[in-house]
Design a protein around this ligand. Structure first.
Ligand code: TGC
Ligand code: FAD
Length: 390
């Protein structure tokens, strides 16, 4: 019996999924274990990811824009999409980021807010993974507060001219198309920007200690001229990009549990094989208390994720509920990763085991898609009726 089954059985988790969801989960788990896991430590150490090859494989499996309908997308349930994120992130948060940014951010923006022409032009290639997208919201001085953005788009005849800088953009340097949010006379609007547009550049951000198996970039827009049709017609104001964030945050609610599960499985296996003083590390009560407490949080996180998945599939999931899941599951995942690291002792700091890699990755996951503090304030606003962001 594997460790994952032990946890699943403890909470009878599979009884909460239907056969199709289990089949999708198992397919993604197999793919991630066989195709990505053997290389991931090397990619992380090198700080280099074969994004194009991976995107094609992920697209071939139907994981990109997985729960969107039409235009080459798989059209699965949101719960299935969450399970796929979990299995991908069990190998590495960086690969889940690729899936999130492509499907939940760039594709969702076009799918939800785009014109029919924009959807036809971009979505089939993005679903197949032959066209790579990125999502430019954050700026150097405006991360948690994107409403303050300085990037702007001005009308020049029928055209738009964009100027500004975006920061920390996943897949920026490898993208074929960027969804860029900019201030206009009419409020914040979204633009579909081909990355070969004159004036667009995307220098890569290096020397990261987290999400090393993921491309992170700056986007620089200097007089980027776009036709009128480049604007997303249905996104008006900050609710446009925030609507996309709900989608990606939902994937993280599940995804972070994958990283935590991988840490816990690794720690349990290590503890059973490691002898300290005169017996197995797993046979000490302190180790078992750690394992039991981590299993509880991991199981509770799954129950929360599955519940939110059902709410999303029913069309009733609210943004503050997504915040609840993101805050809890990422916070618990990083605590589990750190606790597992203690069980591995010095071995826990090497890339021979996945634990320190997950722990470092989860530092980014804690920050992106709304920091823990932003989600605490979102929950606080929902419960008190008082917005305390400012
Ligand atoms: P606020 O006044 O609250 O809202 C402005 C308008 O937006 C609406 N709204 C939402 N709509 C949909 N979903 C949500 N979650 C929404 N939250 C708010 C709101 O109703 C309002 O609409 P309207 O029609 O009245 O104009 O805005 P605020 O300026 O006070 O900001 C609120 C705050 C702080 C919660 C928001 O700015 C926020 O979420 N900040 C965090 C930014 C963030 O998460 N950035 C992530 C960038 S992308 C990324 O990190 C990708 S990582 C890669 C990966 O995913 O793997
Ligand atoms: P800040 O907003 O400066 O926050 C700094 C600290 O202040 C945090 O602890 C924060 O919680 C706290 N704080 C902020 N506001 C308040 C407040 N009102 N009250 C109390 N405390 C507060 N962005 C994109 O647009 N697209 C991407 O693809 C993308 N990918 C990313 C990939 C990686 C690896 C990383 C690390 C980031 C990525 N981001 C992306 C950016 C990410 O969304 C931002 O980093 C995040 O929103 C936080 O913004 P910031 O880093 O500017 O921190």
């Amino acid at each position: 019996m594997s460790d994952a089954q032990t946890l699943a059985e403890l909470f009878a988790l599979d009884t909460l999924l239907d056969p199709e969801e289990i089949a999708i989960r198992d397919t993604v788990r197999k793919f991630a274990s066989e195709r990505i896991r053997p290389h991931i430590a090397e990619w992380f150490e090198a700080g280099a990811l074969p994004v194009r090859d991976l995107a094609r494989e992920l697209g071939g499996l139907g994981l990109l824009g997985m729960h969107l309908e039409g235009y080459g997308c798989a059209g699965t349930s949101a719960t299935s999409y969450g399970l796929a994120c979990l299995e991908v992130e069990a190998v590495d948060s960086g690969i889940r980021s690729l899936v999130s940014v492509q499907g939940s951010l760039a594709m969702f923006a076009i799918h939800h807010y785009g014109s029919e022409e924009q959807k036809q032009q971009w979505l089939p290639g993005m679903a197949a993974g032959t066209t790579i997208g990125c999502f430019g919201l954050t700026e150097p001085d405006f991360g948690s507060n994107p409403g303050g953005m300085r990037t702007h788009a001005k009308r020049d005849g029928d055209d738009w001219v964009l100027n500004g800088t975006k920061m920390w953009i996943t897949n920026g340097s490898v993208a074929d198309v960027a969804v860029v949010w900019a201030r206009t006379e009419d409020g914040i609007r979204g633009f579909v920007v081909p990355t070969d547009s004159p004036g667009f550049s995307a220098p890569e951000i290096t020397a990261k200690m987290s999400l090393r198996a993921s491309v992170t970039s700056e986007l620089v827009l200097e007089d980027v001229r776009l036709p009128a049709e480049a604007m997303l017609p249905e996104a008006k104001g900050l609710s446009g990009p925030l609507g996309c964030l709900n989608e990606a945050r939902f994937g993280i609610v599940f995804g972070a549990l994958g990283a935590a599960r991988d840490c816990l499985e690794t720690a349990i296996e290590y503890a059973t094989q490691r002898t300290v003083f005169d017996k197995s590390l797993a046979a000490y009560q302190i180790t078992q208390v750690k394992i039991a407490d981590m299993a509880l949080e991991l199981g509770k996180g799954h129950l929360l994720a599955y519940h939110l998945g059902r709410r999303k599939d029913a069309g009733t999931l609210r943004p503050e509920q997504v915040s609840t899941g993101k805050l809890n599951n990422v916070r618990e995942a990083i605590a589990i990763a750190r606790e597992c690291r203690t069980i591995l002792g010095a071995n826990g700091i090497t890339l021979e085991y996945p634990v320190i890699r997950h722990a470092n990755n989860l530092e980014s996951v804690l920050t992106y898609e709304g920091t823990s503090e932003v989600h605490q304030l979102t929950i606080g606003r929902a419960l008190t009726g008082e917005a305390a962001f400012r």
